[in-house]
Design a protein. Structure first.
Length: 146
C-alpha cells in the first residue's frame, strides 16, 4: 500500500480514537464524573490491590491528575487509602461501601454499553478486531521496549 493511502487510513484511525474518547467523555458526564474518573473507578473496582501507579500507568496521565481524582473520591467517601506493606510510598486504594454503591451501577451500565456496542459485530468480526488490536499493541510494545 502506498504511503499516501496509509496516511489516509491513519487519519481515519485517529478519528475513530478521538470519537471513541468523546463518547466515553459524554457518557461519564451524565453521571457527573469525567472520563478519567470513570476509568479510574473501573481500574480500582477491577484490581485486587490497586495502587495509584497502576491507574497512572494504565491511563497514561500525570500522577498529579490521578492524585486529584483520588483526593476527590476520598473527600466524597468513595475510597480509602491504606499503607502498602510492600511499598510504603504507594498506598493501596479500595472502594468503601459508599464507593461501591456509587461505582457499581455506573460500571454495570458501562458494561452493558460496551457489550451492546460489540453486539453490532459478528463473532468473527469481534475475534478479528481483537486479534488485530493485539498485533498492533505488540508492535508498539516492541517499538518502545527496544
Amino acid at each position: 500500500m502506498k504511503n499516501e493511502d496509509m496516511k489516509k487510513h491513519m487519519e481515519t484511525i485517529y478519528d475513530f480514537w478521538y470519537t471513541s474518547n468523546r463518547f466515553y467523555y459524554l457518557w461519564a458526564k451524565q453521571y457527573g464524573i469525567t472520563d478519567l474518573a470513570l476509568f479510574s473507578l473501573f481500574i480500582i473496582y477491577n484490581t485486587e490491590e490497586c495502587v495509584q501507579n497502576t491507574i497512572t500507568e494504565k491511563l497514561s496521565v500525570p500522577k498529579q491528575t490521578v492524585c486529584s481524582i483520588l483526593d476527590n473520591f476520598e473527600k466524597k467517601g468513595y475510597i480509602k487509602k491504606k499503607i502498602n506493606p510492600k511499598d510504603k510510598r504507594n498506598r493501596i486504594i479500595t472502594l468503601t461501601k459508599k464507593g461501591t454503591s456509587f461505582a457499581e451501577p455506573i460500571l454495570k451500565e458501562l458494561e452493558k454499553l460496551d457489550i451492546g456496542m460489540l453486539k453490532c459485530l459478528s463473532d468473527d468480526e469481534i475475534k478479528n478486531y481483537v486479534d488485530i488490536q493485539k498485533k498492533l499493541m505488540s508492535f508498539m510494545e516492541n517499538y518502545f521496549n527496544n
